[in-house]
Design a protein around this ligand. Structure first.
Ligand code: DAK
Length: 257
């Protein structure tokens, strides 16, 4: 049987691909555990500076595997801590992660994309939280991350009507960082990831941590956090290298120190 999650290394970028074409990349435990293992591996690999999570041309992921989920009862979901038990690894990744989305990103597919640091969308991408059609609610972060990304009005619209949003609307609404032609999606995502990976890794991690703080604290606390982290960059050798290289009109040679 083919691996449901495939990993590749492209220079300093770790690529993670969901690979269940027969089920529109629907997410089951095997897929989520596979993503977790891939993130663990790339986080531990000193050579990797950024990750890209992608699916297929047709589907990034069409949500949770409905066949697997329909057998659940409340006590089982509670006891195994369904979703929480293996879902959070992407959120806790310290290296930046780009979601490269083509085709359907529905339910858990949209939610897993939103756990990444930014989303690049092919012009074929379609985002949605259609759980209400199944008699459930978005339960893997959708009711919390979607309003933060697109505002309450559009989040309510998507979660309550179950309609899909195309890439243009998603970019306009702030869910998506860039929209690119479908045949250039992976290339663009890998290129951006390579750019990120060319910088000092600890500094890229500090940027990510600081931007994320904007969603988890008041402006005052967030600014204080940012300022302290900024001060600490003067203790990073790579900041000396970056500024010296600029002044000396040469390319910096970052050492991740
Ligand atoms: N689960 C299982 N199979 C799926 C699937 C899904 N979510 N989505 C598609 N498939 C299968 C179809 O059954 C079909 O299989 P065959 O009949 O060929 O055997 C095949 O993929 C192709 O699908 P369609 O024939 O339906 O293709 P269309 O182009 O007509 O439509 C579609 C594509 C994506 C619009 C449609 O398939 C669709 O609406 N899919 C369901 C979308 C949805 O409701 N998703 C679930 C939302 S609930 C979790 C993490 C998160 C969550 C739960 C657990 N874990 C950590 C495990 C979150 C919950 C949700 O996502």
């Amino acid at each position: 049987m083919a691996d449901v999650v495939i990993t590749e290394v492209h220079g300093k970028v770790g690529l993670i691909r969901i690979n269940r074409p027969e089920a529109m990349n629907a997410l089951n435990n095997e897929v989520v555990d596979g993503i977790t293992a891939a993130v663990d591996r790339f986080e531990a690999d000193e050579n990797i500076g950024c990750m890209v999570l992608t699916g297929s041309e047709k589907a990034f992921a069409a949500g949770a595997d409905i066949g697997f989920m329909k057998e659940f009862d409340y006590m089982h979901a509670y006891k195994i801590d369904f979703i929480t038990r293996n879902w959070e690894r992407l959120r806790t990744a310290r290296k930046p992660v780009i979601a490269a989305v083509a085709g359907f990103a529905l339910g858990g597919g949209c939610e897993i994309a939103m756990m990444c640091d930014m989303i690049f969308a092919a012009d074929t991408a379609k985002f949605g939280q259609p759980e209400i059609k199944l008699g459930i609610i978005p339960g893997a972060g959708g009711t919390q991350r979607l309003p933060r990304a697109v505002g309450k009005a559009k989040a309510m619209d998507l979660c309550l009507t179950a309609r899909m949003m195309d890439a243009t609307e998603a970019e306009r609404a702030g869910l998506v960082a860039r929209v690119v032609p479908a045949d250039q999606l992976l290339e663009e995502a890998l290129k951006a990831a390579a750019t990120i990976a060319s910088y000092s890794l600890p500094v890229a991690m500090m940027v990510k941590e600081s931007v994320n703080r904007a969603f988890e604290s008041s402006l005052n606390e967030g600014l204080l956090f940012e300022r302290r982290v900024f001060h600490s960059t003067f203790a990073v050798q790579d900041s000396k290298e970056g500024m010296s290289a600029f002044v000396e009109k040469r390319k910096p040679a970052f050492k991740n120190r």
